[in-house]
Write a protein that binds this ligand. Structure first.
Ligand code: SF4
Length: 87
């Protein structure tokens, strides 16, 4: 059984690394069975994904979030569990 994980505050340097938003959008979703709670998605998409008290992601907007193609591509690629996908 794993220990609860403290929620991670969004990290601004991710944006400084060139992961800004654009007006074009892509919907993202989370496979909650596959998700292992690394929280990387919440660091990449802090406006769209928060973390619960165990470190698992929560979409901030009901019905899902629309993010830039660029952000969606980065977040999907960096998800170590391949649990983040375009809806
Ligand atoms: S990066 Fe992937 S595995 Fe980690 S919390 Fe987000 S969806 Fe889950």
């Amino acid at each position: 059984m794993s220990q609860p994980v403290e929620p991670v505050e969004p990290v601004e340097p991710v944006r400084a690394a060139g992961l800004g938003r654009s007006s074009a959008g892509s919907r993202i979703a989370i496979d909650r069975v596959a998700c292992t709670g690394h929280g990387i998605c919440a660091r990449i998409l802090p406006d769209d994904i928060g973390l619960d008290e165990w470190g698992y992601p929560i979409l901030r907007r009901p019905g899902g979030s629309t993010v830039s193609e660029r952000d969606a591509t980065v977040a999907v690629k960096l998800c170590p569990a391949r649990a983040l996908f375009r809806a």
